[in-house]
Design a binder for this molecule. Sequence first.
Ligand code: SF4
Length: 333
Amino acid sequence: MEQNTINSTEILEKINKANKLTLKNFSNTISLERAIFLSWWCDKGDCKFCYMSTQKNKISDPKKARRRVNNILAEAEMCKRLGWNIEFLSGGYKSFTTSEIKSIASNIYNITGEGVWLNTGITDQLEEYGKEVKGITGAVETANPILQKEICPSKPLNDISNMLDKAGDLGFKKAITIILGLGETFEDINYLIQYLKEHDIDRVIFYSLNPHPETVYVNSSQPASLYYAKVVSTIRLNFPKIEIICGTWVDNLANIGILILSGANGITKFPLFKMFGTKYGKRVEEEVQWTGRKLKGTFTNKDKLGSEKSQYNKDFNPYIKRYIKDSLKNKYK
Ligand code: SF4
């Protein structure tokens, strides 16, 4: 990819400048972000990279693919105990109604004391939400609008953009998600820069492609670490104050350090309870430590798991108990 145009000195300089700029404008702390899933069902189910697109035909009763609300809320309580931020509530289309999402968000607000971000699809019902929702995420997915149409045929970019603009008018913060490795090139970053400006985006969440079985990407490679770093540092240099979250899967933990130096404020996309207390959890903490930053929250401190009893609702207890048990089990031995 782009072999003849790669200038390694330029990339290192960008990272260096981006690091300085991030340290100037933000605290020294890196957050661990946890997306809380609401359901395994998505009524659209046709985005070409998405795990949910492989499940649609296997789910006969969408209602059964929904997670139990007490389980979702218990997860939020565990996030609070461990100092993990809730990246957003995320669910496929038509898995929960607006009033159900509002009720879940309100309950999370009562637990964490903070409004949650939503990533629950294109909607024209944003007026329903209040202080329990901090911001709205548009799942743009790729920085190339032609590719976006092909990859996400049922999520027109215009509809996402209109929703984000309306979210801004209503006083919500605005975020977008971008997956790197879907077929874009570095030049597409110009479109992304323009998009972030035009829609006055507060937060951009990058992921690297996770090639799921049964999707067209199954044999695709994940983006190179320095490509990812170049994209992130370019965004940081163009937007000194935007919040940048970077996702990387367990098989790419070595990306974390360089992505933080490139401008990331938070990291995401880990199986947090599975990795907790294991060599992988320790590795995440060490990746952060070697950037000279502090990690908000813990991936290793077992005392923070707390009691098997919920502080908020006894109906969460069975789920809390299970999260603690899962966190104490070393699944990587
Ligand atoms: S709309 Fe979202 S959940 Fe549904 S298939 Fe597309 S990416 Fe997956």
